[in-house]
Design a protein around this ligand. Sequence first.
Ligand SMILES: Nc1ncnc2c1ncn2[C@@H]1O[C@H](COP(=O)(O)OP(=O)(O)O)[C@@H](O)[C@H]1O
Ligand SMILES: [Mg+2]
Length: 232
Amino acid sequence: MLNIRGLTAAYGHCQALFGVDLDVGQGEVVGLIGRNGMGRSTVIKCLFGLLPAGQGSIEYGGRSLRGLAPYRIGRLGLSLVPEGRQIFPTLTVEENLVATACAPKAAGGWTLERVYGLFPRLRERRANLGTQLSGGEQQMLALGRALMTNPSLLVLDEATEGLAPVVRAEIWRVLAQLKADGLSMIVVDKNTTALLRLSDRNFILDKGTTVWRGSSAELSARPELVAAYVGV
Ligand SMILES: Nc1ncnc2c1ncn2[C@@H]1O[C@H](COP(=O)(O)OP(=O)(O)O)[C@@H](O)[C@H]1O
Ligand SMILES: [Mg+2]
């Protein structure tokens, strides 16, 4: 489905990625793991056309995404739950959700009702502005908004960051449900234990390079790897 090979990227003269490999199969959940500053968000920015790729290839469904504008990448079925949520603060919950909605392609597409079914809290808050939401509600909204584009690959960058434990648990519950429904995902999260419960395969980034890849079962059996590349 997604195939990234030898990706490099830089912020001006400061190179951040030195050769990243990452691939995601249909219906697969992939964890992108590493310490802060190792390049996870940068890979995501390149994938969504928010930062130009240097060397290497990014292919989705056999087609190169290099050089495509972000909105075109979105139309190909990729959707991002960005770091920091970035909801529209002056729109209501419901306006945030319909702002990104695509015309329903086929039966089974995402609707307001389906998002509210996933997050009943958003239904209760449907008329509230983005600025009036708690952090947890904002995160649910960011996730609901991403789903409204009917993605075939959903990418989540630190979606449980800074949330209360009960809200975090709700986000993980929803991600497990999306996985059960067959949605492909790339997940970046500091909670490696929770991440490995969800993910099928994982890629570890260190200093802008993919240094390890393997199944969640393999990685769970090698705590020394997690300790070395993530810390405890
Ligand atoms: N906007 C930016 N301008 C300059 N350097 C940046 C910028 N964003 C990230 N970097 C640098 O790129 C490297 C990778 O960062 P990032 O991809 O955000 O890491 P991660 O998401 O894994 O924490 C770091 O060295 C970081 O300081
Ligand atoms: Mg990051």
